[in-house]
Ligand binder design. Structure first.
Ligand code: COA
Length: 333
């Protein structure tokens, strides 16, 4: 048997830079109320959302990703040619092939970086981060760009009062690169396909094409079931990620959960017994739920506003359609 040489990677990986892009159009709850019977008070108190951003025709999945990635690359202090792989997590790029990641890699000016898309809903950022870490340690890339991007306004039924107010658009990106010390903890992740019906696209695209349905597909969810799953099961997963990283809640500086509902965020923080000193991301208020983009967007904002700082220890957890989840502890860039 011939001897195969293993790749030579870095001892560990870390997030080196972060960038975000929020579409220019800010959409307050009043606009949502034009199509559903609800109130600003109800939406704020039940979800925490006050405004969200909706993309215009020019703010495509690729365009928003390129903006966010350019900032992340600059923040990391590297050049685009050094990026060895581009991972894009999205469920709202409506052209199945080729992957949008290849267009992004090209337009950013990478040197033929490996590029591919993944579909892991609101856990997409954690899935991408985990792949990136493995690639860097194994040696197939020195720097990996992980992008979470969504145009959920394209996949929202504005007449469905259970979901119309929830979703927003945007892109968040991080550059992951080599580290001499552990700066991304073990990922606690998984899927629960037996609950796949709780958040889903209403019908396959083909049903729309073939005229089986008149309405373009949208995301639908069993809000209460997902809410209960998130507060009970995700609290356990978050604790497992802390334990796996050997970090106590007292040692934590920042908590960046998926921005799905502010009441879920509060409940997780309470169950985890996070001390007052821990900064909790509440980007949901002005960004809504942007699925794969939500964690990097929230991370970018906390760092930009000074609520979090470089070197802080942060617990990140994403969860959503699948159902899927991914949690890990990271050192902030
Ligand atoms: C969607 C969500 C905000 C709804 O909040 P909720 O408190 O669960 O609301 P419910 O669906 O139980 O409805 C409560 C009441 O409000 C009403 N209601 C529902 N939507 C409403 C709206 N937009 N405006 C006003 N009232 C509304 C319901 O009819 C119900 O009335 P009833 O008590 O008279 O029957 C919440 O379930 C949620 O955030 N779920 C999880 C979302 C999530 O994490 N998704 C992850 C996906 S990535």
């Amino acid at each position: 048997m011939a001897k195969i040489k293993a790749g030579k990677g870095a001892p560990y990986a870390r997030i080196l830079g972060v960038g975000g892009y929020r579409p220019t159009r800010v959409v307050p709850n009043e606009v949502i109320l034009e199509k559903i019977d609800s109130s600003d008070e109800w939406i704020r108190s039940r979800s925490g959302i006050q405004t969200r951003h909706w993309a215009n025709d020019e703010e495509t999945v690729a365009a928003m990703s390129i903006e966010a990635s350019g900032k992340a690359i600059a923040d990391a202090g590297i050049s685009a040619e050094q990026v060895g792989a581009v991972i894009v997590s999205t469920v709202t790029h409506f052209k199945q092939t080729p992957a949008v990641a290849t267009e992004i890699a090209d337009k950013l000016g990478t040197d033929k970086a490996a590029a591919f898309d993944i579909s892991a809903g609101c856990a997409g950022f954690g899935y991408g981060l985990t792949l990136a870490k493995g690639m860097i340690v194994e040696g197939s890339a020195e720097y990996v760009l992980v992008i979470g991007v969504e145009r959920l306004s394209d996949l929202t039924d504005l007449e469905d009062r259970a979901t119309a107010f929830l979703f927003g658009d945007g892109a968040g990106a991080v550059v992951v690169g080599p580290s001499q010390e552990p700066a991304i903890g073990p990922t606690v992740w998984g899927s629960e396909g037996d609950k796949s019906e709780t958040i889903k696209q209403t019908v396959p695209w083909t049903d729309y094409r073939e005229g089986v349905v008149e309405r373009f597909p949208a995301i639908t969810q069993e809000g209460q079931a997902v809410f209960r799953w998130a507060v009970f099961e995700m609290a356990k997963v978050a604790q497992q990620a802390l334990d796996a990283a050997g970090i106590t809640s007292d040692e934590l500086d920042v908590f960046i959960p998926h921005q799905a509902n502010e009441r879920i965020i509060d409940s997780l923080a309470k169950t985890l017994k996070l001390p007052e000193s821990v900064t909790v991301a509440r980007d949901i208020r002005t960004t809504g739920n942007t699925s794969a983009a939500s964690i990097p967007l929230a991370m970018e904002r906390l760092l930009a506003t000074g609520e979090a700082k470089s070197g802080d220890t942060a617990l990140v957890i994403g969860f959503g359609a699948g159902l899927v989840y991914a949690a890990t502890v990271v050192t902030l860039p």
